[in-house]
Design a protein around this ligand. Structure first.
Ligand SMILES: Nc1ncnc2c1ncn2[C@@H]1O[C@H](COP(=O)(O)OP(=O)(O)O)[C@@H](O)[C@H]1O
Ligand SMILES: [Mg+2]
Length: 429
């Protein structure tokens, strides 16, 4: 929490008191040292001009501090909008993808039902409430803001003018990808906070993030996975050592065990390509996985829901002209991929598409997913399906597969957001 001194934390705590109760008394969840009349987000500190404070206020409250007054005094359970924290950015290599995903969520969240509060996490891990997600968001008007692990807050602690203020949150949408976003860490914080949140819980997020653990669980459920070798500390074994892939295994894919968007992935055709591939993978994770390449095409299925009530999108299919799928690292993915053609719905017989959807649901269930996940598989030429990975917070960019698969099934991004929030609230009941 940059910018917070110990004394400001202490003086902030003295502000929390009654306004910290759920269903706040109307004393003003956001009132700072200047008291309610000073305006809900106006602290006494000199760090920001009044104009920048009010524009942050309007960004946070959509239409300004007075609307926030109304919201905090109307209490929960009334007809007021649900206040949704949208977390984006993050410390992983997928920061930029997350910003694009969050922009798309911002465009489609129903402003008639929800009051979004955007909380960005910088690449170095600073948390800030900001007006909206966009490239360079952190240089706009921002306030240090963190999710409080204290259940009494049930929301954010915002630092302003040397004091801490609270903002109750009804539910959180973590729109974060990769390490410390999709791996159970944010989910753990949200569990502590008591704030209902969209998507998978701590355990399934952690398992799905680690390709080798996900394979273990999937295999236990009778799902085929690629043949693979795991190197816990990412050390390249000596040539010919028992743990190395045999010459017959090539080509192999060398990947960080816990990353995404194809960061650190190499296709190695010969054993002498292993060392540089390991080096690249190790930049993203100490744990490295090597897999025998599965030939065929890649297929995916978007899953939405929990327990037995699951909606699935239309299946998509990726055909590669060369190399492997790495759209998020291409220079202009918005205008199409350099090497991949994605077809949705996949040009496959309906029965096969149905089998892909059923397999995706089985994998989703085996991995303990809830809320949403995009389940990726390889479709071999002999028709067998091999599990690739489950993305528990898949991309929501305009060219991302999850929203496109759902749209093809008639489920819009606004509806996905509605369902995710409803599922998050139900999970708490
Ligand atoms: N075992 C494999 N066989 C064939 N292609 C693979 C294999 N593993 C990875 N790939 C290719 O590399 C891409 C990225 O790998 P993936 O396991 O999906 O990691 P990420 O989590 O980074 O998306 C896949 O979409 C696919 O094109
Ligand atoms: Mg992938």
């Amino acid at each position: 929490m940059s910018g917070l001194s110990e004394s400001s934390i202490l003086s902030g705590l003295s502000e929390l008191g009654e306004s910290n109760e759920p269903n706040g008394s109307g004393a003003g969840e956001l009132s700072g040292p200047g008291g309610p009349s000073a305006g809900k987000l106006n602290g006494s500190g000199p760090s920001k001009s009044r104009s920048s404070e009010s524009s942050v206020s309007s960004g946070l409250g959509k239409s300004g501090a007075s609307e926030l007054d109304g919201i905090s005094s109307s209490g929960l359970g009334g007809s007021r909008k649900l206040r949704i924290a949208i977390l984006f950015g993050g410390c992983s290599e997928e920061h930029a993808v997350s910003v694009k995903s969050a922009q798309e969520i911002a465009r489609h969240i129903d402003a008639g039902k929800y009051e979004p509060v955007y909380v960005g996490i910088t690449r170095s891990g600073a948390w800030m409430a900001c007006e909206r997600p966009c490239a360079g968001w952190e240089s706009g008007n921002c306030l240090p803001a963190v999710i409080s692990p204290d259940k009494r807050t049930h929301g954010l602690l915002l630092a302003q003018g040397g004091a801490l203020q609270t903002l109750r949150i009804d539910a959180a949408l973590p729109i974060l990808h990769g390490r410390q976003g999709e791996d159970g860490t944010i989910q753990g914080l949200l569990e502590l906070s008591g704030i209902p949140y969209a998507g998978c819980g701590v355990q399934s997020s952690a398992i799905c993030m680690d390709k080798s653990l996900a394979y273990m669980v999937a295999r236990g459920a009778g799902i085929a996975t690629p043949e693979h070798w795991v190197y816990e500390r990412g050390e390249l074994p000596a040539a010919g050592a028992p743990a190395t892939p045999p010459a017959s295994a090539y080509p192999v894919f060398v990947k960080p065990a816990r990353s995404g968007s194809s960061f650190g992935v190499t296709k190695a055709s010969r054993s002498d390509e292993l060392a540089p591939a390991f080096e690249l993978a190790r930049r993203y994770d100490a744990k490295v996985i090597v897999e025998r390449a599965v030939s065929g095409s890649e297929v995916g299925c978007a899953v939405l829901g929990s327990g037995a009530e699951l909606a699935v999108g239309e299946v998509d299919q990726i055909r590669l002209a060369r190399g492997f799928f790495r759209i998020h690292q291409e220079s202009s993915p918005e205008t199409g991929s350099e090497n991949a053609a994605i077809t949705v719905p996949a040009n496959l017989p309906a029965r096969l598409r149905g089998r892909i959807q059923e397999t995706a649901k089985a994998i989703y269930g085996a991995l303990g997913c809830r809320g949403l996940a995009r389940v990726d598989m390889f479709l071999r030429e002999d028709g067998r399906l091999v599990f690739n990975e489950a993305n528990t917070l898949p991309g929501f960019t305009p060219y991302s597969r999850y929203p496109r698969m759902m749209a093809a099934a008639g489920i819009t991004l606004s509806e996905i957001i509605d369902r995710l929030i409803a599922l998050a609230l139900q999970a708490r009941e």
